[in-house]
Design a protein around this ligand. Structure first.
Ligand code: DX5
Ligand code: ZN
Length: 245
């Protein structure tokens, strides 16, 4: 057995005028996590939404809120996102000088801690914080906008990070330009959580979203790495049950 694939639709691609309904729709359509892209117009060249919006839509689903902070600094806002209902809080390795301290702060708030790497950041940036992590998020576009093309250069990074993780119960998530056409390659390199925005919110509501999610999931499952390359099954299962609601 390998860990189940997580599909995390990014609400950045939802209709913001009906955000609560869109979240309920992807929940019913089979989303595992709800991926929330927070952008500050400073760390990335775009502004999206903040903790108040997350708090407002939190009651729309019981699923895990996977909050991706593309903000700098992040530390002053961690508590607000924790209180808003985030389950996983992911910060960027490039967003501040004290990644180790920031990751400790997330766990001290009782939340799962994630770190994200921009495409140009090498995997060595997280080598000494692995034991503070519940999730690693590899950006396969330059963060800031939905609907960009997948950067194939990141496949090798995903593969290397999967090796670095070893037996640790850390989720390896990929974000940016993920579609049913590249999901197999991403899972084959070792990713077990796939974010998808425009590839999920395509069509007209729940039925279309369900088809889109199912197609990405099927492709990822077909391409996934056999368990022996991942290491210990029991540890992998422990990690999966902690991060699947
Ligand atoms: C990019 C965001 C992504 C993005 C995903 O800065 O972090 O989550 O919105 O959207 P697609 O799947 O459309 O690339
Ligand atoms: Zn994201």
């Amino acid at each position: 057995m390998t860990r189940e694939i997580i599909i995390a639709p990014s609400i950045l691609a939802a209709n913001f005028a009906r955000l609560g309904e869109e979240i309920a729709a992807i929940d019913a359509a089979g989303a595992d996590w709800i991926h929330c892209d927070v952008m500050d117009g400073h760390f990335v060249p775009n502004i999206s939404f903040g903790a108040d919006v997350i708090k407002a839509v939190r009651p729309c689903t019981a699923k895990i809120f996977d909050v991706h902070l593309m903000i700098s600094p992040a530390d002053p806002y961690l508590e607000a996102f924790a209180k808003a209902g985030a389950d996983i809080i992911t910060i960027h390795a490039e967003a501040g000088p004290h990644l180790d301290r920031s990751l400790q702060a997330i766990r001290a708030l009782g939340k799962k801690a994630g770190v994200s790497l921009c495409p140009s950041t090498p995997e060595g940036a997280i080598e000494y914080v692995l034991d503070r992590l519940d999730l690693i998020l590899v950006m396969t576009v330059n963060p800031g906008f939905g609907g960009q093309s997948f950067l194939g250069s990141q496949i090798e990074k995903i593969r290397r990070i999967r090796q670095m993780i070893g037996d640790r119960p850390i989720r390896l998530e990929v974000d940016g330009g993920v579609t049913r056409d590249n999901a197999a390659a991403v899972a084959g390199a070792g990713a077990d959580a796939l974010v998808a925005g425009s590839a999920v919110f395509r069509g007209n509501g729940r039925a279309d979203y369900a088809n889109n999610i199912a197609a990405i999931r099927a492709a990822a499952e077909a391409g996934r790495v056999p368990k022996l390359q991942y290491g210990s099954t029991s540890l992998l299962r422990t990690g999966a049950s902690e991060l699947v609601r």
